[in-house]
Design a protein around this ligand. Structure first.
Ligand code: GDP
Length: 301
């Protein structure tokens, strides 16, 4: 299924000596909350979120609100869900009232950007929308063809250029074509690596500027794609991108390849940007609109 390989709950139960009752009964007294802290850190929740959750659980235990395993499990599930709903957390994809909606997709090479664009295009096509893909990753050899194949597969239109072409020019041409052809949604791929990180950030700013020149309130969504298997590095990457361009949503990929779903909570908490999609594989159907309640339940099941 889509659930993390080993649930957080199972990991908590696996900790040395920590049948959950020990955490509960000893929790506030003998430091066994430290074991909970270790599990949460090992599950990629990050320091800030971990300390917050441990503190909340400790408080509940102290007040006698959790005395049994199911109560503990339920409290953890509710706290994770509350965390995911805090702040800027609307997971829905914003579509523009006037055509086309412009979605800019950013992220480092290998995060799963191109695959995500293909899957998102498939999803929008299923909803009856016309879609145009713009191959703005002119730096990575193969990215353009990979996107063209996705476009053919899902019945989307495609605008490409030769490798090495100017990425911002491709974005501009894609939007022009989108307007001319009256498509519903334009999705623009970007480079995930340049000679330097500063160079990449400058290019992304330029792409966003060029898009806004053509359609003033665009991009309507700037989605940052993060590899869910790289732990706290995803948080570090996300900070670099969010400092360069206004990111409106997060996509966490390769959730099928990790048992550490805590990263999804950590990136939301650290960046105050909503998680909008989860990637759970390489096929067109392996994309899930983010649902905080369902995610919390699967994580703590
Ligand atoms: P890009 O460089 O960011 O455009 O990354 P790609 O879309 O080319 O993806 C990099 C690799 O990760 C490819 O082998 C993809 O098939 C794979 N991939 C992408 N998304 C997922 C996912 O959700 N789950 C798994 N298991 N693999 C994925």
């Amino acid at each position: 299924g889509d659930a993390p390989k080993k649930s957080l709950w199972q990991r908590i139960k696996d900790v040395a000596n920590a049948d959950v009752g020990v955490i509960l009964r000893g929790g506030v007294k003998d430091g066994s909350l430290e074991q909970l802290e270790e599990v949460l850190l090992a599950s990629d929740f990050g320091v800030a979120t971990t300390l917050k959750l441990v503190d909340q659980i400790g408080g509940y235990a102290q007040r006698g609100l959790i005395r049994t395993e199911p109560e503990f499990q339920d409290a953890l599930r509710r706290l994770v869900e509350a965390e995911l709903r805090e702040g800027n957390s609307d997971p829905s994809l914003k579509l523009s009232a006037s055509k086309p909606t412009v979605i800019l997709v950013i992220g480092v090479n290998g995060a799963g950007k191109t695959t995500f664009i293909g899957k998102l295009a498939a999803r929008l096509r299923k909803q009856g929308k016309t879609v145009l893909l713009g191959a703005g990753d002119t730096f990575r050899a193969g990215a353009i063809d990979q996107l063209r194949v996705w476009a053919e597969r899902v019945g989307a239109e495609f605008v490409g250029a030769k490798a090495g072409a100017d990425s911002a020019a491709v974005a501009f041409d894609t939007i022009d074509a989108g307007i001319a052809r009256g498509v519903d949604v334009v999705i623009i791929d970007t480079a995930g690596r340049l000679h330097t990180s500063a160079g990449l950030m400058e290019e992304l700013k330029k792409v966003a500027r060029v898009i806004a020149k053509r359609i003033p309130d665009a991009p309507h969504e700037t989605l940052l794609v993060l590899d869910g298997t790289i732990g706290q590095n995803a948080v570090v990457q996300a900070r670099t991108f969010t400092e360069a361009v206004p990111v409106t949503g997060l996509v966490v990929t390769k959730i099928d390849g990790t048992a550490k779903g805590g990263i999804v909570v950590a990136v939301h908490e650290e960046l105050d940007v909503p998680v909008k999609f989860l990637g759970t594989g390489e096929k067109a159907g392996d994309l899930h609109a983010f649902d905080p309640a369902q995610f919390a339940e699967e994580l703590v099941e």
